[in-house]
Design a protein around this ligand. Structure first.
Ligand code: SER
Length: 318
């Protein structure tokens, strides 16, 4: 089995690359990103919107499965709506068409909690419910879900997808997302600085720790096709918390940490998204179960960030 990650330099791509390298062996993982990465093995600099370049790479490396992790996230997409729509959709369409031509065997494409909107039930949001996204990113993800399912139904293409909640990780920071505040908070706390949150103190959002997100991705990709009853995108849940709750959880280890709340346009996006997610289809179809709760996430984040980026900070976590 040979795998290719498109967008391997991103927040999720970086950690997925490590997991797939462990799973398939270094020689069987090809990585690519729009940004160069001279130290990574089997790496190609590729612009995912360039269909010819993507096709060339797939044919040359004879890959079996592809993880399409390149995208413009929610907050950034609001600043460049047309560009974000074109990029997010074209990247997907290029891959769907190349898949239809038989160039590879399996595709992973991430969707998001952004497919939900203001009229979606907010608590334990079900798999099948109102989806009326009002962000450009959410509209592109919902359209993508419809197309992914269409290509499965019409052409039998084995495409698998998850509606990721906000992903919390420490190695590579995300860029341009609404849920990024949660990651920034840890950095500020360890720098001993006050954090100004662009999300309200009491706005709950569904989140997941990176290890759980990667585990879910691999588990879904490994699940027997016949077990999958959702061919658009699976709801996926880890934990839910508000900025106020996260700050409190961090204060358990860094008591002097201060947060001020100054919501901006991203608060509106957050308000339109669910508070918590019902992921029972994932649990039933491929035995999904998350591992990291809020305190476990806080401990992992603080210890990893401290030892890799903030060695001067005197942190004691038992
Ligand atoms: N975490 C993403 C964002 O905030 C949602 O998929 O844009």
């Amino acid at each position: 089995m040979k795998a290719l990650i498109i967008g391997s330099g991103g927040q999720i791509g970086t950690e997925l690359a490590k997991a797939l390298r462990d799973k398939y062996g270094q020689e069987n993982l090809i990585t690519s990103d729009i940004n160069e990465n001279p130290i990574e093995p089997n790496f190609y600099t590729v612009d995912a919107t360039d269909k010819k370049a993507v096709e060339k790479l797939i044919v040359q490396e004879q890959v079996d499965e592809i993880y399409l992790m390149a995208a413009i996230l929610s907050a950034k997409a609001e600043q460049f709506p047309m560009r974000a729509w074109q990029i997010n959709m074209n990247i997907l369409f290029n891959l769907l068409e190349l898949f239809k031509e038989g160039l590879f065997k399996k595709l992973f494409w991430p969707s998001s909690i952004a497919v939900f909107g203001p009229h979606t039930p907010k608590i334990q949001t079900p798999q099948y419910t109102v989806t009326d996204p009002n962000s450009v990113y959410g509209i592109s993800k919902l359209a993508g879900e419809r197309w992914v399912e269409y290509y499965f139904l019409k052409h039998g293409l084995d495409i698998r997808s998850l509606r990721y909640p906000g992903v919390i990780s420490w190695k590579v920071q995300p860029g341009g997302g609404t849920t990024d505040y949660a990651i920034e908070m840890f950095h500020y706390a360890l720098r001993g600085e006050k954090f100004v949150s662009y999300i309200n103190r009491d706005e709950p959002l569904p989140m997941i720790y990176i290890d759980d997100a990667i585990k879910a991705t691999l588990q879904l990709m490994d699940a027997p096709s016949k077990n999958l009853t959702v061919r658009s995108s699976y709801n996926l849940a880890g934990v839910s918390f508000t900025p106020g709750e996260l700050a409190e959880a961090i204060r358990k280890y860094i008591p002097e940490f201060e947060v001020e709340y100054r919501p901006d346009f991203r608060q509106k996006i957050a308000r339109s998204w669910p508070d918590s997610i019902d992921d029972s289809y994932a649990r039933k179809d491929w035995n999904w179960q998350h591992e990291f709760d809020l305190d476990a996430i806080v401990k992992e984040m603080l210890t990893n960030l401290q030892s890799h980026f903030y060695q001067d900070y005197d942190l004691s976590i038992k």
